[in-house]
Write a protein that binds this ligand. Sequence first.
Ligand SMILES: [Zn+2]
Length: 228
Amino acid sequence: MNWLVDLKEFLFPRYCKVCRRRLVRCEQHLCISCLVDLPRTHYERNPNNLLMQHFIEWPEVERATAYFFYYKEGRYSSLIHHLKYHDHPEVGTYLGRIAATELKMSDFFNGVDLIVPVPLSKKRCRQRGYNQCDYIARGISEVIGVPMCSSCVERVVDTETQTHKGRIERWRNTEGIFQVKEAEILKGKHVLIVDDVSTTGATVHACISALLTVPGVRVSIFVLAKAV
Ligand SMILES: [Zn+2]
């Protein structure tokens, strides 16, 4: 029923979330030109990349990558704003899906048994109505066929917004903010932690600290956007 799709496009036009150009039928959220130009990190090609260096002290951490670079005033920052502040969590699933499709061509997901999105505190989740990391993880899970568990880890401390804090202060501020809830599910697993935006890696660091209290856990890290 192509004419119905055309009618829907006519009545409810969709626009690229980056350049605002009108999308054509086969495009979702991003036009093809913005998708091609997305500033990908290609960290998966370098096992000792800048993100991985934050976790080098743990032999249990196998791989780390970020999908694209996030510049605060850059044109792609609107993607993160839609995902986090404009009530468009489906952008996360979409980006998770395309990132996973590209990363699948490398060995990045090899051996991963379970996907764990970085949890929000209950309070923050209530305010926003959703955890954006769940949506990113869902997109990855669909593509690589690995289950996700949103209840395995809980955020027990709601740290204040850390945007303006220095690096040392951020790290100090994240100690002990996560707790493992379902150790049995995690035992012996290679867990892929999924986060939305990472600046210093402090939140992911705290999440790994909690996960490594479970025997036999190994960890890889996927961050949607690496802030620079
Ligand atoms: Zn565009």
